[in-house]
Design a protein around this ligand. Sequence first.
Ligand SMILES: [Zn+2]
Length: 528
Amino acid sequence: MIYQNEIFNPLLKKFSSSISFQFRLICLLLVITFFSCTKNHLPLTLYISNASIIDGTGKPAFKANIGINGDQIVYISEKNIVVNDSVPIINAQGKVLAPGFIDLHAHGSLEETTEFENFLAMGVTSIALGQDGSSPYKRNLGAYLDSISQYGFGPNVLMFTGHGTLRNLASIGTEPNPTEAQLDSLSAILNDHLQYCFGMSTGLEYSPGLNAQENELTLLAKIVGQHNRMIMSHMRNEDDDQIINSINELAQQGEFCKVHIAHLKSVYGKGEQRAIEILDYIKSLRNNGIEITADIYPYTASYTGISILFPEWSKTNQQFNKIKTSRRAELQDFLKNKVESRNGPEATLLGTAPYTGKTLADLQKEWGISYVDILIDSIGPQGASAAYFVMDEDLQETFIKDPLIAFCSDGSPTGFHPRGHGTFARIIQEFVIERKVLSLEEAIRKMTGYSAEILGLEDRGTIKIGNKADIIIFDPESVKENATYENPLQLAEGFDIVIVNGKIARENGKLILPFNGELLKPKSPTPK
Ligand SMILES: [Zn+2]
């Protein structure tokens, strides 16, 4: 044995090592070929591994890896793949991956705040603008949108055309009874704008929209329906004793097109039972074939122009200046009753300089003048915006829980209300993690898949092969709303990576340029 070994071992070793060398070489070539084939078959521009995926449909989280090519999701699988060295990889171990949130009702300037970082920071990758009846004052909206969208936005932007703006463009303004010619002009502009917009918004509690009568709204709803678009409405009156009337008015338009209640609330309404009554009413309309949906923001204070406190006959400066002296006593009474019924002067927190951060009660004390006279002599109907603490927590929470109700911020990059910087973080932090009102999967569905369904956005809102890669990666426990009523412009935290159209738009608190958000176009070609 010793002899044999001495003689044969070196030869044997040489032979076996050459076999193993050849064998290994072949294996290596096979592996290289295999992986280069994989790469060839699946070109990627970004790969996210080990994520816990909540896909926006409401189904439970699952582990998977996601491949993105350009602006599209092209790979979803439990199987990890080896990707080309040049492809950036995000290891999302321990994190949730979800579709970027869709804000159904947002505000902001398309020219001045194009980064919309407040939205990106709270995980929002698409915002719907042109709300409450007010949109850019442009007759040729298509050309305007083309020109301002060429540099991109932080998130994607979807437009609505505002009914109040349309009235102004058609030279109707505050006229309650437009002529046939004016209605023709209104219809023609709406027909044109709907080519670029997902629908029409109304603001029937504001001037000039509040002047519109049923015939006008029906005419416009028919046009919206012909284009297969929708009406999103800030309804005529959100007070508890008027809310059903307001919903009914919108439901009438719902005979002709999809309709949507913006920021559902009941001013002065109280308790879970009242919320259930209102929800049941909306559901009964749906059971009768009206396509009606709604959204809500998760706060008990609203925020809008101070004209909301003024009577219909003094909402514009023109009206106000006319009646300020002649109907002063009547105006004083109206304002006093209105403010008292809205929980008093302590519950109106002004958000416009030089009154920022002060309530009407604070001003009254500081100035030694009644808040009613301050409203008339110093502020006026167009002189400020304010937060109004007019909603009941139990009632609003019942809306928040309901599967039919989606979420919106109704916020803007500059508005003095925490909703503009906090809404979507607050849903996760307060309503999912702290109070367990909603499961994470259901909360995400109401901010993504369901919102996309409402808008008719077919390729966003869920994590699905072929969908646009609007994606957020975060640890739900770390999500934090930093905005408060006193300090509302604080960005949210915890959405580590925000991807818009396949590219990282914000990472660990930093914006990544250039902006990749697009102006989204409504899907179907407009029928003539
Ligand atoms: Zn509104």
